[in-house]
Write a protein that binds this ligand. Sequence first.
Ligand SMILES: [Zn+2]
Length: 336
Amino acid sequence: MAWQKKDPHVWGEVLIQPGQELDAEVPISESYCGRKVSFPVHIKRGPAPGPTVFVTAAVHGDELNGTAAIRSLIFDPDVQLRCGTLILVPVVNVLGFETHSRYLPDRRDLNRCFPGSANGSQASRLARVVFDEIVGRSDFGIDLHTAAIRRTNFPNVRGDLGNANVRQLAEAFGCDILVDEIGPEGSFRRSATDAGCPTIILEAGEVWKMEQPIVDVTRRGIKNVLQHLEMLGGVRQSRLQFNVVEKTQWIRADHAGFVEFHCELGSRVREGQNLATITTILGRNPVTLVAPMDSIVLGLTTLPVTTPGEPICHLGQVRFQPAMLRTAVIRLSDAA
Ligand SMILES: [Zn+2]
């Protein structure tokens, strides 16, 4: 694949000077009426040279918590870069965003189309633009997601933890759950990392919502990463311990009915512990789902009703027990 890095300070005809900020538009396509379609970008350049970091959201167009977090960073008085450059993209998949959809109008999942192609499908072309214009200007990346429709995720950071740079970003972010996962073929984080731009994702919350606790965790995590890279001053509010998940499993319903949970999002469960009980609409024939392993509840369905095969509870098996100890001296906080 041809790969050419771009100057993070030149957008169109505009050169961003040290210490300046810029709102820009990146053209991606055309509407049926022939109108230009673009996604908005905000770039902050610090007064001194340093790394360039991108933060993206709504690669899935219905995942809005990350969009809200990025919007808040644009005006955050604490985000005064000491060095480096920050590229903020609140909505990548603007075509899906316009219709409250995870997918593009061609029904493709953008997050399976990276690095994309200039001659490919609608999704593939958008992926290519994102790759060239955003990844092509960046040294590190953070991509923000939520659970898919009718599910919710406890905040967890995912990436190829076997990659030292990815691992450092993931640990710096400050969530207490890290999922060691390179990502599906064609996913943004996997393709960006493969191209030499170590990238993590955050999975947190639900679609179609702006959940303030999730937004707060996200904003804090992004600042933690920027502080880790010494682009921001201040004290990093990261954790001393992490739970590293190496295996995840969805527990699914075998019967239809109503779901009553016995566990909470983010809680630890032991092997054999009751997770949820399903009863018929008339409240009969209770069937209880149990945890097949010691694990953490990463995700839950948000629907109180279910049918056979539907996901109920997403479990993550933790690699290290007790949680791995960090050597760096950082302050504990519940904020991230
Ligand atoms: Zn997503």
